[in-house]
Design a protein around this ligand. Sequence first.
Ligand code: GDD
Ligand code: MG
Length: 352
Amino acid sequence: MIVPVVLAGGSGSRLWPLSRQHYPKQLLKLFGDKTMLQQTILRLTGLPDLGSPIVVCNVEHRFMVAEQLNEIGLSDSAIILEPLARNTAPALALAALHAKETQPESTLLVLSADHMIRDVEEFRRVVKVAADAASKNHLVTFGVHPTHPETGYGYIKTDKSSGDSEKEFKVEQFVEKPNLETAQSYLDAGCYYWNSGMFVFKTDVFLNELQKHSPDVVATAEQARGNAVRDLDFIRVDKESFAKAPNISVDYALMEKSSNVVCVPLNAGWSDVGDWKSFWDVSQKDLTGNSFIGDSIDVGSTNTLVFSQHKLVATLGVNNLMIINTPDAVLVADKSKAQEVKAIISQIENQA
Ligand code: GDD
Ligand code: MG
C-alpha cells in the first residue's frame, strides 16, 4: 500500500503578504478553489492501492489542516502535530514511525504540501514508476529538468543527461542547495536534475537508512512519538523530547549521504511556487505577459503580476512589477527582487 505523507509545516515566507506565520502558503488557495494542501492530496485520486494520508504540521495549524482535510472527505487522515519546527528529517521520521506501527508493509509517498503540478496525469504515471523503483528497496527522488541556476533547490547528478521516463536512474551525487557558481556549473553539465522534494520509499528501507546516516534523528523522533498524546483526532508529539531533535532537512540528513538513491525524471509542469516571481511564471498570462488575479484594471502594462484580494488595483504602463494587495498589507516589488521579500519580513520583525 502507498501511504501519502504530506509535509505541511513550512512557512512560505517569500509569498508575503499573502502567506503569514498563522496562515502559511500550503493552507492558501493560490490556484483555484482548493488550497495547496487539498490539491496535493486530490492530485493522487485514481492511484491504485492508496492508503489514507499522514499529514505532519505545526500544532498551531491543526484546526485549519483538519478542516481542510474534512472538506475533501478525508476525516480519517492521521495528523501528527509538531510542537516546534525541526525541519523535514524529524517530521518525516515521525510519519515513518507512525506508518511502521499502523501499516508495517507500506511504501511512503512523501509530498510537499505547497507544490503546483500542471500535468496531473503525467505526475500519477511517474508516481507508479517511482513506486516500482521503491519496491527494489531504493530511496526514490523525482528529478525535474533544471531551467536556471536555482540556489534554493537540491541537485541530483544521474548517469544520464536526458531521461528515459519509464525507469529510474542511479543517483551519482545529491547536492542540497549549492551556491550560484556551482549551480551554474551543474546547469552547464547537463546531467543534473533539480530535486523536487518529493520521495518514494518503503517505510522500513527509509527508517533503516536514516538510522544508518542520522541515528539521532530516529532516536529523538522515537522518543517524541513514544511520549505523544492523542488529542481528539490529533497526535500531539511530546515537546520536550522533540526539542532535542536536530534541526535538519531530509536532504542533508539522508539524501546527500546515502548511496541507495535513484531518480525518476518528472516532466509534469512542476513548480514549488517559492516566491511571487515563480507564481507569475506558472500563472495564466495575457499576450503582453501580464497576470491579473482579483479586482484589477490595466492600461498598457507588461510582464506584471497583480494579485488583489482587496479593492481595485489599477496599473498604467508599468513593467515587471508584482503588486500583491491584501486587506492589511500591500507589496509593490520589482519582479527581479522576488527572492528578497524575506528582507521585508525581517524589517517588520525588527520594528515589532
Ligand atoms: N511538518 C513539517 N515540519 N514540514 C516542514 C517543515 C517542518 O519543520 N519544514 C518544512 N516543511 C515542509 C514545507 O511545508 C514543504 O512542504 C516541505 O516540507 C519542504 O520544505 P521547504 O522548507 O519548502 O524546503 P525547500 O523548498 O527549502 O527545499 C526542499 O524542496 C526543494 C524543492 O522545492 C528540498 O527538498 C530541496 O532539495 C528541493 O529542491
Ligand atoms: Mg519549498
